[in-house]
Design a binder for this molecule. Structure first.
Ligand code: ZN
Ligand code: ZN
Length: 263
């Protein structure tokens, strides 16, 4: 079986670990991966102010060239052992489509593979990073009115990201489409939102977008399942959507996480 990991973070992550690229690559080789894509959080769009308490969501824009250069030398160094792909996890932030497209037109040519993810939700002019912490999620609840309303808003934004015109370098894969469930055991929703998810999958299939099957949810203490859960993967497969495992590792040890539990 060919093992691929399409979602790996790096030492360039402002909220990640200091684990070196070599640590990730050596561990991936030891786990018999044939290919991995490094998908560091892209710098946030020009003009967007990171609303997280630590302001650590995206890569420092001044380091982006160094990031791609480092990956190029890594590809060369390990070319006989593993395929390394250069990529980014690009945020879809409502209202910053133009800035995102400009960024992608500049750096898209340096990427082999990439992911488009929603972490920030815009509600009445205020942006929140929904997966930052239970505290932030809880503060959103009073602002949005309910847990269900946050879920509704999240799925609406994921749908927008799928439909958004971000130019010819728009990422081909959509990240963790149920990230809103990260704190579900603390703040459960009252419904499954299966219609919203079905529509998301249909729109992805129509655009030939791939799905990030993300193992990180398993190790999050209040989630306990992959993003998305297996029944959604089954639906995605039935629609012919290409599914790509992603560890979403922020440490070398995080590689392969959840994989044994994912079918
Ligand atoms: Zn991250
Ligand atoms: Zn992410």
């Amino acid at each position: 079986m060919i093992k691929v990991d399409g979602h790996v973070h790096t030492p360039f992550c402002p909220h990640g670990s200091g684990d070196s690229f070599e640590m990730y690559v050596e561990r991936a080789i030891s786990l018999n991966y044939s290919a991995i894509t490094f998908t560091e959080h892209a710098p946030l769009p020009v003009g967007f102010r990171d609303t997280t308490p630590d302001q650590d969501s995206g890569m420092d824009p001044s380091r982006i060239k160094d990031y791609f250069d480092t990956l190029d030398s890594l590809k060369e160094k390990y070319k006989d052992k593993i395929t390394i792909r250069s990529g980014l996890e690009v945020d879809y932030i409502e209202g910053f489509e133009k800035e995102t497209e400009d960024f992608l037109s500049t750096y898209g040519p340096r990427m082999d593979d990439s992911i488009l993810s929603v972490h920030f939700l815009q509600h009445r002019g205020k942006w929140d990073c929904l997966d930052f912490s239970p505290d932030v999620f809880e503060s959103m609840m009073s602002y949005y009115g309910s847990v269900d309303e946050i879920y509704k808003w999240y799925y609406k934004t994921v749908l927008q990201s799928i439909r958004a015109d971000l130019g010819s370098h728009k990422p081909k894969r959509i990240g963790h489409i149920t990230l809103v469930k990260k704190f579900q055991q603390l703040f459960p929703a009252s419904q499954s939102f299966s219609d919203d998810l079905s529509l998301i999958l249909q729109e992805m299939a129509a655009r030939d977008l791939e799905l990030d099957y993300n193992g990180a949810g398993f190790v999050k203490p209040y989630c306990g399942e992959s993003y998305p859960p297996p029944y959604i993967i089954k639906q995605a497969r039935a629609l012919g959507i290409k599914i790509v495992y992603g560890s979403d590792a922020h440490t070398a040890d995080g590689l392969d996480q959840g994989r044994a539990l994912m079918k």
